[in-house]
Design a protein around this ligand. Structure first.
Ligand code: FDA
Length: 513
């Protein structure tokens, strides 16, 4: 109570003093009594599980207009013992960029969203507060023959996505978003502005996949763009339980990771109504991107994956930027949809991820498909993303993201529910936990690997106030990073020994501050 109000007041006093210019203050600091506080807070909350009245709220939201505002925010929150949460696109699965159990402020990069594309040198500078859609739009506005290998959801933020790895429909051809970062601008815990050269190769390695809110605030990234043809082809083929889906999924596991790198075929599994009245079935949508024309694609799929029964009617030719909207299941009325903050509906969800190294036998597939028929799975889905290709060539310690060679595919599971059902959310969360334990025998083991950007606090967490030991953080750390966790801890110990930047799954420094 009293101490909290005290530190709150001191923090704001400190920040106002440093910002000096009062006309700026009203555009930069949103306190709880500001009429815009809620709309600024909710603007980028993607998982509405974390926008209820019970969700802990920040003492203030800071929306810096320039780097000095960020330096002042670091200085004042450090001085007055407030935790700082950094937010770019707000897509964190567990809401860690805008929720904390201890008194905190949010630094929201919504004003840092410039995208500068240089087609001549095939590079771009992109600020962390921009979305993937804004980056793709920026590229498409200049050329149809360059692209960037990041995620498919246009509303995802650059800041969190790049700092956790970032994969999308070009993952087999080019690897991860982080694999294409060549420079960055970072503000560290001491308020220093660093670039690749001044931060050094250890820290530059760590920020490309080792997680956000751990090493500093990344303001901007310099990326290498990748070539794509003017025309690409996409397709969707749906198969349900009555159409041999088990056998086709089983075959997919032997084929998808070995296809030519130009062809990416993922699978999305959901419950749907079947043609028989009132009956539900489970459907797998096989969705693909091919970096070439339809006439080349059809014979290729007929030869390599005849079980799919691909026909020309399933295919469409379009530009690469349009294919992002297609595979992201977003409306394709125009490329402007890439800029639309609500192009993907906001939902309430809990998600988990796995990596699969051996094909799952048909009996195992039948088992998980049947779990989708359960009542709790009405808003559940599973996504299977094929690896192989470029992912097979990159060494495990090249970047913090370790899930490379030997993975057939990444699997992720998501369960959702309606707002009215929040009181019963426990049954949905226990469904996904049961699903995850069912999958245990078919996926990676010791550690059971997980994707950092699909954050899951079930796999382990730091102490949110006070010291977290290396041993405790290793529980979740090795799942996300395997042996790279050790180097991440060394870098953290070097650059932020006092553990200023922290959250429930940030890398801890080696000794207690
Ligand atoms: P958010 O702002 O919530 O930040 C996430 C984390 O990074 C937080 O810990 C935050 O503090 C930290 N952070 C953010 N900005 C930072 C900065 N500038 N400097 C330092 N730390 C910072 N992933 C994927 O690989 N491929 C995909 O196709 C998709 N698709 C997808 C769809 C949907 C609907 C969702 C909700 C999520 C995905 N993701 C994904 C996962 C996504 O990559 C992941 O949630 C990212 O961390 C989101 O980044 P944001 O900036 O939006 O999140």
């Amino acid at each position: 109570g009293a101490t909290l109000a005290h530190s709150h007041g001191d923090f704001l006093h400190c920040l106002s003093f440093h910002l000096a210019n009062s006309s700026t203050i009203s555009k930069v600091i949103y306190m709880r009594n500001n009429p815009s506080y809620s709309s600024v807070l909710n603007a980028s909350i993607q998982n509405t599980r974390f926008s209820t009245p019970a969700t802990p709220k920040p003492l203030a939201i800071i929306t810096p207009l320039k780097t000095s505002h960020i330096q002042s925010t670091i200085y004042c929150s450090k001085k007055h013992g407030l935790q700082l949460r950094i937010r770019s696109g707000g897509h964190d699965f567990e809401g860690l960029s805008y929720v904390s159990e201890v008194p905190f402020v949010i630094l929201d990069l919504l004003n840092f969203r410039a995208v500068k594309v240089d087609t001549k040198n095939k590079v771009a500078w992109v600020q962390s507060g921009a979305t993937l859609g804004e980056l793709y739009y920026g590229i498409a506005a200049k050329t149809k023959t360059l692209a960037f290998p990041a995620g498919i959801c246009p509303t995802v933020g650059i800041g969190g996505h790049f700092s956790g790895g970032g994969y999308g429909i070009l993952v087999r051809k080019y690897g991860l978003a982080a694999d294409h970062i060549i420079d960055a601008q970072l503000i560290d815990a001491n308020g220093r502005i660093l670039d690749r050269k001044s931060m050094g190769e250890d820290l530059f390695w760590a920020i490309r996949g080792g997680g956000g809110n751990t090493f500093g605030i990344v303001l901007a990234w310099k990326i290498k763009l990748v070539p794509v043809p003017v025309v690409v082809t996409v397709f969707t083929v749906n198969k349900n339980l009555e159409q041999n889906v088990t056998k086709i999924l089983h075959r997919w596991q032997y084929i998808a990771h070995k296809l030519p790198d130009d062809l990416y075929v993922d699978v999305g599994i959901t419950k749907v109504s079947s043609s028989q009245a009132g009956k539900k079935t489970v459907q797998a949508a096989f969705m693909a991107l091919f970096l070439g024309g339809v006439d080349e694609l059809i014979p290729l799929v007929q030869e390599r994956f005849p079980e799919l029964g691909l026909a020309k009617e399933n295919c469409s030719e379009m530009s690469w930027a349009e294919s992002v909207l297609y595979l992201g299941r977003a409306p394709r009325t125009s490329l402007d949809m890439l800029l639309d903050k609500n192009v993907i509906p906001r939902t309430i969800f809990k998600a988990k991820s796995d990596y699969v190294k051996e094909p799952i036998p048909e009996s195992g597939i039948e088992g998980f498909l049947s779990m989708f028929l359960e009542k709790e799975a009405d808003f559940a889905s599973m996504l299977m993303v094929p690896f192989g290709g470029k992912m097979e060539e990159i060494p495990e310690n090249e970047l913090p993201y370790p899930h490379r060679a030997g993975n057939l595919f990444q699997a992720s599971y998501i369960v959702g529910w309606r707002k009215e059902e929040n009181a019963e959310s426990g049954k949905y969360i226990s469904w996904i936990r049961r699903f995850y334990s069912y999958m245990a025998s078919y996926v990676s083991k010791s550690p059971r690997e997980a994707y950092f950007n699909y954050r899951d606090l079930d796999i382990g967490s730091n102490n949110i106030s006070g010291y977290t030991s290396y041993q405790q953080a290793s529980i979740w750390g090795f799942k996300y990073f395997k042996n790279n966790f050790k180097r991440l801890v060394q870098v953290k110990t070097m650059v932020d020994p006092m553990n200023f930047f922290r959250n429930e799954q940030s890398i801890p420094p080696l000794s207690s501050p």
